[in-house]
Design a protein around this ligand. Structure first.
Ligand SMILES: *Cc1c(COP(=O)(O)O)cnc(C)c1O
Length: 513
């Protein structure tokens, strides 16, 4: 066996062209600044050249450009690299910051949060343990404390940053399941796996709840069968009378209600379930109460609209998505609980990482509360944001969005060519174009409008279905989007709608003759 000499020359001197210049290191500061400034300039070009939210490129147009990329032939300079990335990506990336992008729940970003990203990824702290993050852990904890306070939680509350709403909802259901099983069956799921009764566990949500509830129920071994969907009222909020009926009915069937998930801002309509009434029912039936405020959490920032989520403080656990309503880059979410002892249900001590004696020594290890191990310091983005701007300014953006959405709703309502389906508590409007001309299929016409807009890229809207009928959807999340921008979008919608009407009229004429 070869012995390794400790006196060996450092690798650096063995090569003429210093080969480790790409490593983030004290000696490579110039390289670091060069790279970051080149990339910032490319992002600036993205802002300058993308005058529409989308180029309209199709996969078949883009795919051939990928054929010539050979990972074994590095480009080695940033100008060539960025030229390639611009042609493959940024020239066609969907611009969420564009005021006429009002499709999905993608917010524009605040610049302090983007700046924080540079620091997050450069220093690359991992927030699982104190010994990998130090002050970062305390910053995260302080932001969690702040969020808990805004929710209205007391001193026993706690939480953790997550990758987003799906993960936060998973944690809510996980704690609900394990807590229920321990309390009612003295069965520790963490140690023993699911009890026989688990196939009868039931979780109640509105039919408009996010699909991650079902997905998570199946991940948790309860199956999608565990999710009981409650009909909404005319304003797409969970009907609490039907909810109580459903709980009683499941009990009669011999099933075991364990939790209710209320949605504070549904993805499609931005409507908020009756949080207080649902809170009363969770008390009455001794159920876990989870509030999914992935969208509605922005209401925590505003005094003017905060009352819309009164009752959120009754929940055992809450999902917030800073990357939806706090203008933060993906990913940034949090899971909050009213009583920190529930985190014990998921804590696992690993000798190499977070041994139990760390707890006794007072070392805060965030991994004890997370289902992730290595975890980004996403909290720093929110820290930069709140320290640069403060809560009120951020909340002001959310107020502006809500006001614009209300004005847009009345414009849709006033226009006889449109049918508005909801009045949103926040900023999601579902409607369709229906000028009631000719025999055109209204669903197909609106699908055509959505598709044509995406292909043209001038303005982007979303679509959804209610009772199998297709509708268009606006999700307003940009404080720069004005009523005039939306009026322009109405024009585009009508233009494509009328193209469709013209086309179906001509084909009908052709068929007739
Ligand atoms: C977006 C959304 C989620 C999922 O959040 P991700 O961050 O995309 O994982 C969950 N619930 C609601 C109500 C949402 O709107």
């Amino acid at each position: 066996m070869q012995t390794i000499s400790l006196q060996e020359e450092p690798l650096i001197n063995l090569f003429d062209d210093y080969p480790q210049r790409e490593i983030f290191h004290h000696d490579n500061q110039e390289e670091y600044l060069h790279a970051i400034s080149k990339v910032s300039m490319a992002v600036k070009r993205f802002l300058n050249t993308n005058k529409k939210p989308f180029s309209g490129v199709s996969p078949s147009e883009l795919r051939p450009l990928f054929a010539k990329v050979d990972f074994n032939q590095p480009l080695s300079d940033y100008d060539s690299l960025l030229a390639e990335v611009e042609s493959l990506y940024t020239n066609h990336a969907v611009a969420f910051h564009h005021p006429e992008y009002i499709a999905h729940l993608n917010c524009p970003l605040v610049i302090p949060a983007i700046a924080a990203e540079v620091m997050i990824s450069s220093i690359n702290s991992s927030l699982d343990t104190w010994d990998q993050s130090a002050g970062g852990t305390l910053m995260e904890q302080k932001l969690i404390e702040w969020t808990c306070k805004e929710i209205g939680y007391g001193s026993q509350s706690d939480g953790i940053f997550t990758s987003g709403g799906t993960q936060s909802n998973l944690m809510g259901l996980l704690l609900a399941r394990d807590h229920f099983s321990l309390k009612h069956f003295h069965h520790n799921i963490k140690l023993k796996g699911l009890p026989a009764e688990a196939s009868r566990f039931r979780i109640f949500v509105s039919e408009m709840a996010h699909f991650s509830i079902q997905k998570n129920a199946s991940l948790l071994g309860l199956g999608e069968q565990a999710v009981v969907k409650i009909k909404t009222d005319r304003s797409f909020r969970m009907n609490s009378v039907l909810l109580e009926d459903a709980i009683k009915q499941e009990l009669e069937l011999g099933n075991i209600p364990i939790a209710i998930v209320a949605t504070a801002g549904t993805t499609d309509f931005g409507n908020i379930d009756p949080l207080q009434e649902i809170g009363r029912l969770t008390n009455k039936y001794d159920l876990w109460y989870h509030v999914d405020a992935a969208y509605g959490c922005g209401l925590l920032l505003t005094d003017q609209h905060r009352s819309l989520i009164n009752g959120i403080e009754l929940a055992h656990s809450v999902t917030v998505d800073y990357h939806k309503s706090f203008f933060q880059p993906v990913s940034s979410g949090a899971f909050l609980i009213k009583d920190k002892q529930f985190f014990n249900l998921i804590t696992h001590y690993a000798d190499y990482l977070n041994p139990k004696d760390h707890d006794e020594d007072g070392l805060p290890n965030q991994v004890n509360k997370s289902i992730q191990t290595t975890r980004r310091f996403d909290a720093l983005k929110l820290w930069f944001t709140l320290r640069m701007m403060g809560k009120a300014k951020l909340g002001g953006y959310f107020d502006t969005i809500i006001q614009t959405a209300a004005k847009v709703a009345s414009l849709i309502q006033a226009d006889t060519a449109f049918e508005l389906m909801n009045e949103s508590d926040i900023s999601a409007l579902v409607f369709r174009y229906n000028p009631r001309e000719g025999e055109a299929d209204v669903c197909k016409m609106n699908q055509f409008i959505k598709k044509s807009m995406f292909n043209g890229g001038e303005a982007l809207v979303a679509g959804t279905k209610i009772n199998k009928q297709f509708y268009l959807k606006f999700t307003l999340l940009n404080p720069l989007t004005t009523v005039d921008h939306v009026k322009n979008i109405f024009k585009i919608i009508k233009k494509h709608g009328n193209e469709y009407l013209q086309f179906s009229k001509t084909t009908a004429d052709v068929r007739r003759n």
